[in-house]
Design a protein around this ligand. Structure first.
Ligand SMILES: Nc1ncnc2c1ncn2[C@@H]1O[C@H](COP(=O)(O)OP(=O)(O)OP(=O)(O)O)[C@@H](O)[C@H]1O
Ligand SMILES: [Mg+2]
Length: 390
């Protein structure tokens, strides 16, 4: 049983000069339920590890609080917190056998020998490594070493498991296998888990909820399906999944995209600084019958569906921009589509955002708060006006 609450959690790192202070984590507020699997997702340098390290006690917050089961833990060292952490790099003690690596923490707690023996064997069984207890870390593959690291964390029976990109040094296939195993273990023992990753597929497949971070701030906290269908900021729209993003100008009830236009949703404020976002699967298409007249530039078969890149002259200001911003469309493989074919596209669902620039920063040095995004407005199956005669 354990819940986590982050209250105004903030971390500043001071640089060499006073002015070069880094705001690594900026006023994070969130709650995680008992037994929940939360993924913290965001680009490199956005503050994911710093957040996790503050939860585990490896970094002291500049301000704010970390509550576990309602009680503040910020004054406790890592070993007194009810958390256990698995790090990205293999952190097993090379001179100790697997058995001793796992037993180490239990011996510090002065448990009796028979009890330690049982718990070490149980935890090895849990991660699928029964019979590996006599080996040294150097005699294990990378994936096996990370499973031992997981066993070593779980054997302490923490209330909360903290994982910082634990599989990112492994090859793609092994990563998928280990994350499926981790998911099964987490469900079985019903432990609350906080998992840091910059890999959205990993987050989408593991998490009950995802916390998307950017430049030290929490951009969105939601279920994976909700984040995909309804990204709250333009950053999230661009970062999660594939998205077509068009800067638009509004005139009356029309949103102008180059020489084309879409219906502006009701309740939209502002004329400029707006963007429209369309998922590749949210276009209807035909040979000639549609709003945006384009030509297929490239087709890419992706297993059970096809990605088609379309050049739509006049959609962007100039032709070089058109090449740079080919419209990405997903189609079933049953639809014939070849490079050079004419195609007409109509967005059937789009989101309108009140900011144009996607601020994806790798260093969290900016001190101002993030763009104050209004909620995006969703438009479905609206009649789209044809070519605009401006
Ligand atoms: N000890 C430190 N001293 C100074 N700056 C630091 C320190 N640790 C982290 N930072 C800075 O804080 C910011 C956030 O770092 P953090 O390690 O939390 O990012 P991250 O999201 O985990 O990135 P990655 O995906 O690359 O691991 C970065 O700009 C980083 O340079
Ligand atoms: Mg990190």
């Amino acid at each position: 049983m354990s819940t986590l609450e982050l209250v105004g959690l903030t971390k500043h790192f001071s640089g060499a000069k006073q002015s070069a202070e880094t705001v690594a984590v900026n006023d994070i507020n969130l709650s995680v339920g008992d037994g929940e699997f939360l993924c913290i997702l965001g680009p490199s340098g956005c503050g994911k590890s710093t957040t996790l390290r503050m939860i585990g006690g490896f970094e002291e917050p500049t301000s704010g609080d970390v509550l576990i089961d309602g009680a503040s833990v910020v004054d406790m060292p890592p070993n007194r917190r009810p958390t256990a952490m698995v790090f990205q790099k293999y952190t097993l003690w090379p001179h100790m056998r697997v058995y001793d690596n796992i037993a180490f923490g239990l011996r510090l707690r002065h448990q009796d020998k028979a009890q330690i023996d049982k718990e070490v064997r149980d935890s090895l069984a849990l991660v699928g490594l029964t019979g590996y207890d006599r080996r040294y870390p150097a005699q294990l593959s990378g994936g096996e070493q990370q499973r031992v690291a997981l066993a070593r964390a779980l054997v302490l029976q923490p209330k909360m498991l903290l994982l910082d990109e634990p599989f990112s040094n492994l090859d793609a296939l092994l990563r998928v296998r280990l994350r499926e195993e981790l998911y099964a273990i987490q469900r079985r023992i019903k432990i609350t888990a906080i998992f840091v990753t910059h890999d959205q597929e990993e987050a989408l497949s593991l998490a009950d909820r995802i916390a998307v971070m950017n430049a030290g701030q929490l951009e969105q906290l939601d279920k994976p399906s909700q984040i995909y269908a309804y990204p709250r900021t333009l950053f999230v729209a661009d970062f999660i999944g594939v998205m077509n993003i068009f800067p638009v100008q509004r005139q009356g009830d029309l949103l102008h995209i180059g020489q084309y236009a879409l219906k502006a949703p009701e309740g939209l404020n502002g004329e400029s600084g707006l963007s429209v976002a369309v998922r590749p699967e949210d276009f209807t298409f035909s040979a000639t019958d549609g709003a945006w007249q384009g030509v297929i530039d490239q087709t890419i078969d992706l297993g059970h569906y096809r990605k088609v890149l379309v050049i739509v002259p006049g959609l962007f200001g100039d032709e070089t921009a058109a090449l740079a911003h080919r419209v990405k469309v997903y189609m079933p493989k049953s639809v014939q589509a070849r490079a050079g074919d004419r195609i007409a596209l109509t967005p059937s669902r789009y989101l309108v955002y009140s900011d144009t620039a996607v601020t994806r920063t790798s260093s969290a040095t900016r001190t101002s708060s993030a763009t104050p995004n209004a909620q995006p407005i969703e438009v479905r199956n609206q009649a789209v006006s044809g070519e605009d005669d401006r």
